[in-house]
Design a protein around this ligand. Structure first.
Ligand code: AMP
Length: 431
């Protein structure tokens, strides 16, 4: 036995899945794999709090496929993975393809945005593993094109995201159609009270695996913030890409139209880029990811569809051109770089209007984001946000209501408090 694989073998994996580990080139199990694989091999239910990028896909696919039987022709699935987005489903299917090539299992994927007929045909032929997004799976169940009566292992992936996206009723419907006697593995970025409230009844005496406590940003990602005025953002985007390079960069923005608009601007300036958001078809998204992976597209301009769970190796840096409203989306966004031990960095560009969103993020992480050190000579606009470097990440922040009231009273102004943003205090101009 290759010494390298011995650590995976000691977790309980057999020869076929070890060969898959070998093919994927993993050297050592990640913490979530180390904790989850033995429990899954023992047949226990698992509730795991693990962020994307922690190796959670292999943490459930390897031990289950190691032991899973084979469905008779025209039946199955025996293992069902439900995941919130098409990209996540494709990514899981990709890892499954490698593992199944060694274990001899048949895997099928059903996601929205693609035509029904090929998916129905595949289900008719039968499969051992089905990877699905909730909406399409429900459609196929309602059309009688799929049965979950033989499911032995149910994986609910990114459960918190599914709840956020309003999939709770769909999740419940799906779970009801699986046999009561099954193994259930639940993965979620966080195991918040809300997630536990809605999902505890789905698992039985689960082994709890907690890898990344709430708000822990990937340790390998260096984070910077740059205060600007809102009108300077487009210029800032172009300038940062010129200074830091425009290859393997993900730019996150709020809004689909904004993503399209920025792409048009970047193309005019000679950058190769592609938008990726919820209005793009499945094929368009896949093509963009593929071109990005091959280096034909240097910059992806994305909304938060892409912030969770998508495995894009070798992202050089993440640029948050808009601060996300949801602080946890920030953690997911910056998790796109610095994956599986690689070093990465992220820059967040923040206008005065986004100040409190930034503070929410810092409070969630319990730390202040450093000022971007290479801003010298950049045009930050007429009235840029200037951040107080002594701001306290543990400070209690005003409620959303109070913030709204303050900003409607006087456009852009903040309540008078020690930590208020200063506008234009140190105006920097292009030299
Ligand atoms: P995931 O959290 O499943 O999205 O995985 C994130 C990334 O980690 C993927 O690129 C995997 O290929 C990679 N990965 C998973 N397990 C390991 C491992 N044991 N060693 C190195 N990389 C891994």
């Amino acid at each position: 036995m290759d010494k390298r694989l011995a650590r995976f073998e000691s977790l309980g994996l057999g020869a076929a899945t070890l060969a898959a580990v070998d093919e994927m080139g993993y050297q050592t199990p990640t913490p979530v794999q180390e904790q989850a694989i033995p429990a899954i091999c023992d047949g226990r239910d698992v509730m795991a709090a693990a962020q994307t990028g922690t190796g959670k896909t292999a943490a459930f696919l390897l031990p289950v496929l190691d032991r899973l039987g084979h469905a008779r022709r025209g039946t199955g699935p025996l293992m069902l993975v439900v995941t919130p987005t098409r990209e996540l489903a494709q990514q899981i299917a990709e890892v499954a393809r490698v593992v199944c090539a060694h274990t001899g299992h048949r895997a099928t994927t059903v996601v929205g945005g693609l035509s029904y007929e090929p998916q129905k045909q595949a289900l008719k032929r039968g499969c051992d593993l089905l990877v699905a997004t909730p909406g399409r799976l429900i459609d196929l169940l309602e059309q009688g094109a799929c049965s979950l009566a033989h499911v032995e292992v149910l994986v609910l992936d990114e459960a918190d995201r599914m709840l956020d996206m309003g999939f709770l009723p769909d999740m419940r419907k799906i779970v009801r159609q699986t046999p009561a006697k099954r193994q259930t593995l639940l993965f979620s970025a966080t195991l918040s009270d809300d997630v536990l409230k809605h999902t505890s009844s789905l698992v039985r005496d689960p082994a709890r695996v907690e890898i990344a406590p709430k708000g822990t940003a990937a340790q390998t990602v260096t984070q910077y913030v740059l205060g600007v005025s809102a009108e300077a953002k487009k210029r800032t985007l172009v300038e940062v890409l010129r200074r830091e390079g425009a290859s393997r960069v993900i730019v996150f923005v709020r809004g689909k139209h904004r993503a399209d608009h920025l792409c048009r601007i970047l193309r005019k300036k000679g950058f190769s880029c592609a938008p990726i958001h919820g209005d793009r078809s499945q094929n368009q998204r896949m093509r963009a990811l593929d071109q990005f992976g091959r280096g034909e597209v240097g910059v992806l301009v994305a909304t938060d569809v892409l912030s969770r769970g998508i495995d894009i190796p070798e992202v050089s840096y993440v640029l948050n051109l808009d601060v996300p409203h949801d602080a946890e989306d920030y953690i997911h966004r910056i998790g796109r770089t610095g994956r599986a031990g690689e070093l990465g960095w992220a820059l967040t560009v923040c206008a005065p209007e986004e100040y409190w969103d930034l503070r929410d993020i810092e409070r969630l992480m319990g730390r202040v984001i450093e000022a971007y050190p290479r801003a010298e000579g950049m045009d930050l606009g007429e009235d840029p946000l200037v951040l107080d470097s002594a701001r306290d990440p543990r400070e209690k922040l005003p409620s959303k209501k109070a913030r709204k009231k303050a900003s409607s009273g006087q456009r852009g102004s903040q309540p008078q408090r020690r930590s208020q943003p200063q506008r234009g205090a140190r105006r920097r101009r292009r030299s």
